[in-house]
Design a binder for this molecule. Sequence first.
Ligand code: PLP
Length: 468
Amino acid sequence: MKYDELPAWSAKAAAWAADYHATLRERPVRPNVNPGEFLNQIPAEPPQLAEPFDNIFADFVKLVPDSMTHWQHPRFFAYFSSNAAPASMLAEQLANAISAQCMLWQTSPAATELETAMINWLRQALAIPESFRGVIQDTATSSTLAAVLTMREKALNWRGTKEGLAGMPTLRIYASEQTHSSIDKAVRLAGIGQNNLVKVKTNSEWAMCPASLNSAIKADRHKGLVPAGVIGCIGGTSIGASDHLDQILKIARDNKLYSHVDAAWAGSAMICPEFRSIWKGIEMADSIVFNPHKWLGANFDCSIQFLKEPKDQIKTLALKPSYLETLEQDRIDNYSEWCIPLGRRFRALKLWFLIRSYGLTGLQEKIRNHIEWAGQAAEEIGKLDNFSIVTPPMFSLFTFQFSPPGDDPDKKTRELIEAINADGRIYLTQTLHDGKFVIRFTIGQFDTEKSDVDMAISVIQELAESLN
Ligand SMILES: *Cc1c(COP(=O)(O)O)cnc(C)c1O
């Protein structure tokens, strides 16, 4: 394709996109395909000769959508939604048009400074103190890995990056069992080791038990182990559990431990002042991650890491070989020094478009609706025959079981979710909670309307009856 053909094809792609989104409700949320079915439709060998673009586009239309799970479907109630508001999609198109490498200020001045501005906007939107700065990362997994590496190096006084980890003291990291597996991954990849991730007991509300955190730190010190960091959780992935940050971050601070808060999903809800009581104590965190690519509407990927003292992370991650040195080094931010990858996409643009085109009030309205509808849905499902709510709505996530008398509830709940997802009108996923197989119901898709939630409840009821 030549550049002079781009406008016509872009227009065609945009028209296709509009039609795709307008007709999503007519598609099953999850496609009815078997592994390998799609692969078999793709030639095993690459073409030697150029193909007409008409054929390429036609194959996309014919093959791809029917073999995709539709994350932007208004009846997607699985995992956590990964929204892509149209304003943010359009920004991605423009960022693609420029396709800059945003590693250094001088490779991307506007992208770098727009990133600084967007971090500052979001910091205010989430009521994080002015002293925090931040960076846009690809995913929460990367943000958390960066934070855990900083925890490690701060505890080792930056000897790990120079000498390696052999012969270094054993470090310990503390988090509750409600935290996401990305914490486990970070601890493994940072060379701290899974066995040194202490899963602190939770209380009856699945929040980390502060007294247990305190005694775990003391016991480890007594054994000659070196506590390095505490990871708090706001809106855990399984059931939406949150820690009492004011208590656990204070323990971290009193023990001079680096702290990180994983609010990947629920951080977006902090744009609504009425939900911020759960955020109490956030000013004590050293690092905070939240993903605008989940609930805020920025299309994937876009994860924000706020940092109280960026210099600790920069000291851990930055390398300045002479070919990357820039002359204005002291007056600017080179955001690649805050991150693991060197190359960086222009992600700030979609935040700029998104926040301006909705305004904070427009984004707040989405989140408030989702939380209100989740509360209503939990109430209605709880009233259906043989259904029980296992964990109450936390933000817009709750879990339930289907337990007709005389049957194993785990088995029946599994049968129900299989029936729901084979049916295709809605999409739900499961988790194990307290040893129970439960169905997660979460609302977060921007195009979801109350009628979609109502339909989900009727589908659940209808399919449960068919299983009886
Ligand atoms: C989704 C999620 C993650 C992982 O996010 P990625 O951006 O996909 O790495 C981590 N923690 C929580 C609480 C999440 O909900």
